[in-house]
Structures are given as structure tokens and as C-alpha cells.
Design a protein around this ligand. Structure first.
Ligand code: SF4
Length: 94
């Protein structure tokens, strides 16, 4: 499968450096700075150049979690939802 380039922005800080992700077989094969981006001109700091690591982690959440009761941090009270459905959940705060 050919490598595809995905132009995006670093998720870590407000500088918003341009990033190009090289994707092969639905996996990020390489992260590099976008030389055409005005904020960073192709340069990335350590965080930006390793921004693919959390995406590849086996500890990454596979669904959105909703805490229906504010102030209660008990893990068992979180409700898991598919990412596709989470945009349609009505916000209910007292
Ligand atoms: S690469 Fe570094 S400086 Fe640029 S947005 Fe990411 S964290 Fe910020």
C-alpha cells in the first residue's frame, strides 16, 4: 500500500506547528514538520515529533466516557459511548 501524507497541526500547545503524518496501512509510519507551515517552517520540538506515540498506545481510550454525576470520580460510574454517538448526547447539568 502506498504511503499517504496527512497535513495536520500538532495537538500539544498553542503554537500550532504544522505536521505531516506519513500513513501506511492505516498506521502512522513517520511524523515530520511541515516546511510550508508559517508557525514552524518544518521544525518540531520533541513533543511534536513524538505526537504519534499516544495514538499507538494500547492504553488509549477506545470509546468516549461520560460522567453523569459531577463531582463523583468513581471510575465505575463512567458510561462508555461510541465516538460516533457522543456528539448527539444531550448535555444535562443541574
Ligand atoms: S511541535 Fe512543540 S512547539 Fe510546536 S505545537 Fe507541538 S508542542 Fe508546541
Amino acid at each position: 500500500m502506498a504511503r499517504e501524507e496527512v497535513r495536520t497541526v500538532c495537538p500539544y500547545c498553542g503554537v500550532g506547528c504544522g505536521i505531516i503524518l506519513e500513513v501506511e496501512n492505516d498506521r502512522i509510519a513517520k511524523v515530520r514538520g511541515d516546511t510550508a507551515h508559517p508557525a514552524n517552517g518544518g521544525r518540531l520540538c520533541t513533543k511534536g515529533s513524538s505526537c504519534d506515540k499516544p495514538l499507538l498506545s494500547d492504553q488509549r481510550l477506545h470509546q468516549a466516557l461520560i460522567r453523569p454525576q459531577r463531582g463523583n470520580l468513581t471510575e465505575g460510574l463512567y458510561i462508555g459511548l461510541d465516538y460516533e454517538k457522543v456528539c448527539f448526547v444531550e448535555k444535562k447539568f443541574p
